[in-house]
Design a protein around this ligand. Structure first.
Ligand SMILES: [Zn+2]
Length: 101
């Protein structure tokens, strides 16, 4: 298993927002909330319309704004990468489901 630097993972979050142009240039996308991998044309919904920085994709699988495209240069199809992103941005979300209200 590859272990990614936490700073690298922090930086990667920037590729998950205002990224419509980058998504359209990507061959494949990954979501670090549901760990899904899908093609850019699977994305049907966008947010941040009208934001000069660009629009942001909603994941077609879990409807979270946690999508990164391959054109970002991040290893979006590496499950280890997505799992470690999830651990940083959603700490505890994978081990305490029974405790959710
Ligand atoms: Zn997702």
């Amino acid at each position: 298993m590859v272990t990614y630097d936490p700073e690298y993972l922090q930086q990667a979050h920037k590729a998950s927002i205002f990224h419509k142009t980058q998504i359209e240039q990507s061959d494949i996308c990954g979501c670090f909330y549901c760990l899904g991998i899908f093609y850019p044309d699977g994305i049907l919904e966008w947010t941040d319309q009208g934001n000069s920085a660009g629009e942001t994709a909603w994941c077609p699988l879990c409807a979270m704004d946690t999508v990164i495209g391959s054109a970002s240069g991040y290893p979006v199809t590496d499950r280890d990468f997505l799992i470690q992103m999830n651990a940083i941005w959603f700490p505890g979300s994978d081990d305490d489901e029974a405790d959710e209200l």
